[in-house]
Ligand binder design. Structure first.
Ligand code: NOJ
Ligand code: CA
Length: 865
């Protein structure tokens, strides 16, 4: 069931097809190029993509001058390319927002060409706003002050003046003519029928003109919008309209109507005030504009942005504020255009990483849906020597190669030159470099996006400012249902102290969200914090953690015997190696993956509602007739959380398949049919996987998956522990949150099912004990599998320990002990005491991550390491 409010939780990425990626090397980005970069956008974590106009156009206003509403500009591809792009975006969970430019067309549009030639009073002429004099509607402001001197232009053929609020080559449509609205609605249906999820209504305040008014925000214009909304809702359930109304908050409010006009509207006045507050090191501009922001209907949302494809507009500030902004952010007159500043985010803040992070944290934590402008996630620069607003529309910087990896055309042929200066040039600022550096801006953005998506409160919650005595500090609380988040931002470039009155939250514990660090519990005194220059915190306020109790995970939810009948079958050719490379992967995701996860003892999300499960990474461990794969599956939950699991897969056939279905049906994922018949199973059901792992350990193999490098690592104990010769695999009965396989009673290989992007403590501690100490009271670590997704920290997928035979497995033994008074049990080595982290513990352990670190101590002497 599609969520009709998806736009409230969206993270929108704004991009221009022309600027993103050039697939055919003609120097111009295109739809096939954009499609090929969808994996990048998915990896970034955004879930909505807003595309600037891509329709046939003379491109005198970068495509906002449209010559055909229902086509694709030939430089960008064909309608088939567009449809393929839509499919691929949707497959990745990315919604698409396009432009519905209804106020005006290009003067090259056939409607205008017909209009100027048709006789006065004819239906064709009536499509645009004509007048015999240029004296009507005096007092209406000019928007493009740098290029236009009047809103009227003379047409020789019509022998009349036509009305235009923007460039003179962009005549305004006449919305007093109902046929114009019909034509616009037809265009709307044309794109929505092709899967478009949202439409940005460009220049929406200017639809209707009336003498004696400023011709903006007129009631008749709202009437038009209500008709558009009614037509949309009548036919489609979950599509969205976003208003581009560059107006004061009180004048934007009517664009939401009673929830019956636009779903979203950009918050134009907030944007310059974020920059102003930063430069003035004073929160007042922000608190003031948000205080003046009216409430909006339940089904509506603000669209927030720092930068976009236009100038940083200063129309919605006072004259004094405008002077201040020009002087602070646009000292060079070339940086100014019309009533604004044509610069990108990074240059605006003098390339200060802290300021970029701070502004982004505000963008992501104020009430509304954030929009990221392409390239700002890597800190791209601008070129103020290009005309109009083209300086902020240069090609995306993918790599340090020729043309920044954007195109292989001759540099002279590119639609615009790359940024090449020493600070922002593509040689240093590019996606490839930043994917490789774990602490790059790009990787920071990914983390922040992932974090924001875990909490609905950011998109949906209320906002309350806290009156901190220090005005350089902006502190606010966001609330939604049981989510409570405290945000504190330091607008000053120097370190600042602050005392916050958090008495309303007495007894709660702030947990910093980026590092999951618990802060001291809130007590009676004002809460004291220090913030680094331009630093910020997001805290979840949580009740003090409750005591941890041991629980048996619920048994599998599906009766085992129904599994074989319920398994879907998918067609495949002979080459089973390609299982995960194409369509079958998508089919498995759609039909089998979620039920498979629900059947597994190790799947920790059984109590949560699963929204989707999909493969986010995969690779082939062994090719051949019965291939073996390693795969990472991501579970996304309704509550906004997500987890990743390590799921090795194998394909078995014949008697082996029958044996799995009879003995361990929960391990079956799906059937394959077509050229050969087989059963896709969890890798642990196939002895070949255990053998392949052993070979990989023996040879210390490294291999690549789609997104990561994986490396088998052996410790110095490997040879002694492993011994010589073949080792027969045996599955252990005790399957818990991990899965273990015993190899020849010498090695026990434990697959870590939950994938964490951090070293696994078993590996870290075990390796230290094995190789750096003489401590021999824990089984030695012989090997492990490292997993390093590009740009993320190393994690671990499995560990191989020395096998120690015992009568009982440790889990059952521990469960038997932990209910009563006893807090210790006997290991095969020496007594070990388990200590629960106390409620006030400051250890890194948190209950929220679903696990707690066992602090352990041998009763014998401490190891020295
Ligand atoms: C608003 C768009 O954002 C801008 O880029 C364009 O120039 C004007 N509409 C006029 O079409
Ligand atoms: Ca191209």
């Amino acid at each position: 069931m599609p969520d009709p409010y998806w736009y409230k939780d969206a993270i929108i990425y704004e991009a221009h097809v022309r600027a993103f990626f050039d697939s055919n090397n003609d120097g111009i980005g295109d739809f096939p190029g954009l499609t090929s970069k969808l994996d990048y956008l998915q990896g970034l974590g955004i879930n909505a993509l807003w595309l600037l106009p891509f329709y046939p156009s003379p491109l005198r206003d970068d495509g906002y001058d449209i010559a055909d509403f229902e086509g694709i500009h030939p430089s960008y591809g064909t309608i088939q390319d567009f449809e393929r792009f839509m499919d691929e975006a949707h497959k990745r969970g990315i919604r698409v927002i396009t432009e519905l430019v209804i106020n005006h067309t290009s003067d090259q549009h056939p409607w205008f060409q017909a209009s100027r030639r048709a006789p006065a009073g004819s239906p064709e002429r009536d499509f645009y706003v004509w007048s015999e004099t240029n004296q009507k509607y005096q007092g209406v402001r000019i928007i493009f002050t740098d290029t236009e001197t009047s809103n009227w232009s003379w047409d020789d053929s019509a022998k009349a003046y036509y009305w235009h609020r923007f460039f003179h080559h962009q005549p305004d449509l006449n919305f007093d003519n109902p046929r114009v609205l019909d034509a616009v609605m037809k265009t709307m249906r044309f794109w929505i029928d092709r899967g478009v999820d949202g439409l940005r209504l460009d220049a929406v305040p200017y639809l209707i003109e009336r003498e004696g008014t400023i011709c903006e925000n007129l009631e008749e214009t709202h009437g038009i919008l209500r008709q558009i909304r009614r037509a949309l809702d009548a036919r489609y359930g979950d599509r969205m309209l976003i208003a581009e109304a560059n107006q004061w908050p009180a004048d934007v409010r009517p664009y939401f109507g009673e929830g019956d006009e636009c779903h979203m509207a950009f918050h134009f006045p907030l944007m310059p005030r974020m920059f102003m507050a930063l430069r003035q090191e004073d929160r007042h501009p922000i608190t003031e504009i948000l205080r003046q922001t009216p409430d909006i209907p339940e089904n509506c949302q603000w669209g927030l942005f720092l930068r976009n494809h236009d100038e940083l507009t200063l129309e919605m500030v006072t004259d004094e504020e405008r002077d201040y902004m020009y002087q602070a952010y646009a000292a060079d007159p070339r940086m100014r255009i019309n009533v604004g500043i044509r610069r990108r985010l990074a240059p605006l803040v003098d390339n200060s990483r802290r300021r970029i992070e701070l502004l982004t944290s505000l963008l992501f934590s104020f009430p509304g849906t954030p929009v990221i402008y392409y390239g700002d996630e890597i800190g791209m620069g601008d070129n103020i020597y290009l005309g109009d607003r083209n300086g902020v529309r240069t090609p995306m910087q993918w790599a340090g190669d020729r043309n920044g990896g954007f195109s292989r055309a001759d540099p002279a042929r590119l639609y615009a030159p790359l940024i090449m200066d020493a600070v922002y040039g593509y040689q240093g600022i590019n996606v490839e470099a930043q994917e490789r550096a774990p602490y790059s801006l790009l990787n920071w953005m990914k983390r922040l996006i992932a974090l924001r998506k875990q909490y609905k409160v950011f998109g949906r919650g209320t906002l309350e400012f806290l009156a901190a005595p220090n005005r350089k500090i902006l502190a606010y609380v966001r609330r939604y249902e049981d989510e409570l988040v405290l945000c504190v931002a330091n607008l000053s470039r120097t370190v600042q102290p602050v005392e916050l009155d958090l008495s309303a939250f007495k007894g709660m514990t702030p947990v910093e969200l980026l590092g999951l660090t618990e802060f001291p519990r809130i007590g009676d005194l004002p809460y004291f914090l220090t913030l680094a220059g331009n630093g910020f915190y997001w805290f979840r306020l949580q009740q003090t953690p409750s005591a941890i109790t041991a629980q048996r995970p619920p048994e599998t939810t599906v009766a085992q015997e129904v599994v074989p009948d319920a398994l879907p079958a998918f067609f495949m050719g002979v080459a089973w190696d390609t299982l995960l490379d194409g369509n079958v992967r998508t089919l498995i995701e759609r039909e089998s993956l979620a039920p498979f996860l629900q059947r597994q003892r190790w799947f920790g999300g059984k109590a949560r509602t699963l929204r989707s499960a999909r493969f986010v990474d995969w690779g082939v461990l062994r090719k051949g007739t019965h291939p073996i794969f390693v795969a990472i599956v991501q579970a996304d939950y309704k509550d906004g959380g997500r987890e990743q699991y390590f799921v090795p897969l194998a394909i078995v056939s014949g008697a082996e398949a029958d044996a799995v279905l009879a003995g361990a049906p929960h391990l079956a994922v799906a059937r394959v049919t077509g050229a050969r018949k087989g059963l896709v199973v969890d890798g642990t059901a196939d002895d070949r996987m255990a053998q392949a792992l052993l070979e990989a350990l023996d040879r210390q193999e490294s291999f690549r998956t789609k997104r990561a490098a994986a490396r088998m690592r052996r410790t110095s104990a490997y040879d002694a522990v492993r011994g010589q010769g073949a080792l027969a695999p045996r599955r252990t009965g005790a399957e818990q949150s991990n899965t273990s396989i015993v190899l020849g009673d010498r090695l026990i290989v434990k697959l870590f099912r939950r994938v964490e992007s951090a070293p696994n403590p078993d590996v870290e501690i075990g390796e230290q004990l094995t190789t750096r100490t003489t401590f021999r009271r824990a089984p030695r670590v012989a090997a492990y599998l490292e997993y390093e997704p590009s740009g993320e920290p190393i994690g671990h997928l499995l560990i191989a320990h020395e096998f120690v035979a015992a009568q009982k497995d440790g889990w059952n033994h521990a469960l038997g002990c932990s209910g009563g008074e006893r807090r210790s049990f006997t290991s095969p080595y020496r007594p070990i005491r388990l200590r629960r982290p106390s409620c006030r513990s400051r250890s890194r352990a948190t209950t929220s991550r679903g696990w707690w670190r066992t602090r352990w101590r041998s009763s014998s002497r401490r190891a020295s390491w």
